[in-house]
Design a protein around this ligand. Sequence first.
Ligand SMILES: Cc1cc2nc3c(=O)[nH]c(=O)nc-3n(C[C@H](O)[C@H](O)[C@H](O)COP(=O)(O)OP(=O)(O)OC[C@H]3O[C@@H](n4cnc5c(N)ncnc54)[C@H](O)[C@@H]3O)c2cc1C
Length: 475
Amino acid sequence: MLSSRLLTTLCAIAGDDGVIVRPHELRVYECDGYTLEKSAPDVVVLPRSTEQVSQILRLLDAEGIAFVPRGAGTGLSGGCLPLDAPVMIGTSRMKRIRSIDRVNRRAVVEAGVVNLSVSNAVKADGLLYAPDPSSQMACTIGGNVAENSGGPHTLKYGVTTNHVLGIELVLPSGEVVELGGAVEDVPGYDLTGLVVGSEGTFGIVTAATLRLIRQPEACTTLLAIFESVDDATATVSDIIAAGIVPAAIEMMDQLIVEAVEAAFRFGFPTDAGAVLIIELDGLAAGLPPQAEKITALCQTRRARSVRVARDDAERAALWKSRKRAFGAVGRLAPSYCTQDGVVPRTKLPEILQRILSIGRRYDLRIGNVFHAGDGNIHPILLFDERDEKQVERVLAAGREILEACVELGGSVTGEHGIGVEKIAQMPLLFSPDDLLIMSELRRVFDPHGRCNPGKIFPTPGACVETTRPHRRAAL
Ligand SMILES: Cc1cc2nc3c(=O)[nH]c(=O)nc-3n(C[C@H](O)[C@H](O)[C@H](O)COP(=O)(O)OP(=O)(O)OC[C@H]3O[C@@H](n4cnc5c(N)ncnc54)[C@H](O)[C@@H]3O)c2cc1C
């Protein structure tokens, strides 16, 4: 229980409207997009500046109180679940774009800036911010940095770490540090790279210096319809093996296409086994030959049809269907759990078969919509969270899917992070020594284990099993 003195001081720092304590308002913050575990914080603080974040962390440090950072709460691995951390610090009010350097193609933005707002702010200058998670209308740059987020176009352009040059970080002690900077190759250790993907365990990211790229001169977006998932996934490897690196290759299977079609009426055939959305970009003159080659490769794999989006409006409608696919899944079942694993691209047909058979064995419907070009799968397990038995089957099936990814030479997360969801799977990839070294590294930033405890691996000094009333998976 936090003292009223502490709450009064938090109000003095962040303002009365920046401190949330009413139980019904706190419920908004009890989980992220991974809804299988829930736990509301005792208080949510919404600072407006780096200075306020620093003051809050100094206060918590002096009192020995743990905290959890939160952006928009779109995470899919329970990263911002408040486990043994009574204070949640949300950066959603820190949404200033501090500066844009159009000539050097840099932007300094605060952590709460929504991903898509960066590209929107520089659109008129012919620039964009490349990492584009499908949640980009809502997720924040702070969350993207913490998760090293990817997106459809990261096949060609790389993930968040390839586009973050510098970070302003408030350490758990309250000290503000600047890592990296606006120039390439800052000497010394790559601490910026270390913070990207650290899942909010090193402190609160308050701002980031982002690399902007030029908008491509032209785009061609193809929609290829396949009778089977096998043919669609095999085509993905064929395209890359042919020496073509599209900007994006995304796949949706029949179950997802049905939901997306019902929601957005794009005109997808609901009887097809799978569809691929393949986007090429670059110089206009170079695209038609690549599109022809891709069409031929699809046809070799028995594609029912391949067509190019007629115009910008059709391209936008196609991407809207893909990027809002998770939302459309709400039509299929009361609850769903989005898994996230990665396999070498050539293993896509095999992992999809394994997912199918795991789904049958656990009597679960599983749809698939994913960044196929990266081998980054997102099986969506449909269930009803009010039924404990179904929840258990979902958790067990999810574990088997991740084990299969590792067996096939992949990993337990492609982009959503470990959070609370996948702590038990870390030993599939790392030895006890590896995990110890990572914990030691974390202690350099957070010596007392008070920043987002209970995530990635059990935090030294923090308790994974907690007395707080959240539901924890049987790990
Ligand atoms: C519909 C949908 C589609 C998605 N598509 C993609 C996709 O294509 N690619 C992808 O990679 N992910 C995707 N995601 C997952 C999610 O959107 C990303 O992980 C995103 O980066 C989370 O950002 P957020 O602001 O919501 O962070 P949150 O969910 O609030 O937090 C995520 C993690 O970051 C930490 N964190 C947040 N802000 C800060 C900060 N300022 N400083 C330090 N740590 C912080 C939190 O503690 C937590 O560990 C999707 C999610 C949804 C719901």
